[in-house]
Design a protein around this ligand. Structure first.
Ligand code: PGA
Length: 250
C-alpha cells in the first residue's frame, strides 16, 4: 500500500498576522503539488488570516498546539472547538519545544491526542530523543515509550488517521539532519510499535514523518525511505525552499 505523503510546516513563534498573509501568498505557487498533503501549522493568531489567504489552494492551515479541555477557566489556551470552527483539520501535539519549555509530558500529549480525535482533528504527534539518549543507545526504547503513552485509549480506527512526527531533538534547528539510515531506522521501529499496539492494517496506514533540519536538498532521499511518509519542517517552512521540499518528487 502506498501512503500519501504529508509535508507540514511548523512556523513556531514566527510571523505576525500580516506577515503570515504575505508568506502564504509568496509560497502559494511554490507549494502547488496535488500528489501530497500540504499543511502550514501556524501560530493561533495567524490561523484565520492564513486560512483566508490560502483559500482555493492545496494548502491546509493547521495549529501548533491546543488544550485538552472543552472550555472554561484556562487563560491563554485554545480549545479544539475553536480550531474546528476556524476550519483547522491538523494540530501538532507534543512538539519537543513544548515539552521542554511548557512542561508537556507524555500524559498531557495523550490527553490532547484523544481530544483532537474527539473533534475530528488529525494530530501530528511528535516524538524524539535527545543527543544523550542517542549516545546511550536507548533511542528506540525511549521512542517506543513515548508512542505507547501517546496512543493510550486511542482506537485502531483513530490511530490509522494519526500522523507521527519523529524529530530527534539534536536535529531540530541545528542544521544537523539525521542520516537517512537513522531516520528510516526509527520510523520503521515506530511502525513496528504501532503494529504491536494495534495490527498490521493500522501499522500500514499510519503516516510517519521525519523532522529536524529538513531542506530541499535532504528531502528527496529522506522521503524515498519506505517508512518515511513526509516531513515536519521548521526553519525551511518559512522560506521558498519549502516549495522544493513539497515538490521533492518533481
Ligand atoms: P527545523 O524544525 O526544521 O527547523 O529543524 C523542525 C521542527 O521543530 O518541527
Amino acid at each position: 500500500m502506498s501512503r500519501r505523503k504529508i509535508i507540514a510546516g511548523n512556523w513556531k513563534m514566527n510571523m505576525t498576522p500580516s506577515e503570515a498573509v504575505a508568506l502564504v501568498n509568496e509560497l502559494k505557487p511554490l507549494v502547488a503539488n496535488d500528489e501530497v498533503d500540504v499543511v502550514f501549522c501556524v501560530p493561533a493568531i495567524d490561523i484565520i488570516p492564513a486560512m483566508k489567504a490560502a483559500e482555493g489552494t492545496n494548502i491546509n492551515i493547521g495549529a501548533e498546539n491546543m488544550y485538552y479541555e472543552e472550555k472554561g477557566a484556562y487563560t491563554g489556551e485554545i480549545s479544539p472547538a475553536m480550531l474546528v470552527d476556524a476550519g483547522v483539520k491538523y494540530v501538532i501535539i507534543g512538539h519537543s519545544e513544548r515539552r521542554e519549555y511548557f512542561a508537556e509530558t507524555d500524559e498531557t500529549v495523550n490527553k490532547k491526542v484523544l481530544k483532537a480525535f474527539e473533534h475530528d482533528i488529525t494530530p501530528i504527534i511528535c516524538c524524539g530523543e535527545s543527543l544523550t539518549q542517542r549516545e546511550q543507545g536507548i533511542t528506540i526504547d525511549w521512542i517506543r515509550q513515548q508512542i505507547k503513552i501517546a496512543f493510550l485509549n486511542v482506537t485502531a480506527e483513530q490511530a490509522k488517521k494519526a500522523v507521527i512526527a519523529y524529530e530527534p531533538i539534536w536535529a531540530i534547528g541545528t542544521g544537523k539532519v539525521a542520516t537517512t539510515e537513522q531516520a528510516q531506522e526509527v520510523c520503521a521501529a515506530i511502525r513496528v510499535c504501532i503494529g504491536e499496539l494495534y495490527d498490521e492494517a493500522t501499522a500500514t496506514a499510519i503516516r510517519i514523518q521525519y523532522g529536524g533540519s529538513v531542506s530541499g536538498a535532504s528531502a528527496p532521499e529522506l522521503f524515498a525511505q519506505p517508512d518515511i511518509d513526509g516531513g515536519l519542517v521548521g526553519g525551511a517552512s518559512l522560506k521558498p525552499d519549502f516549495g522544493k521540499i513539497v515538490n521533492y518528487n518533481k
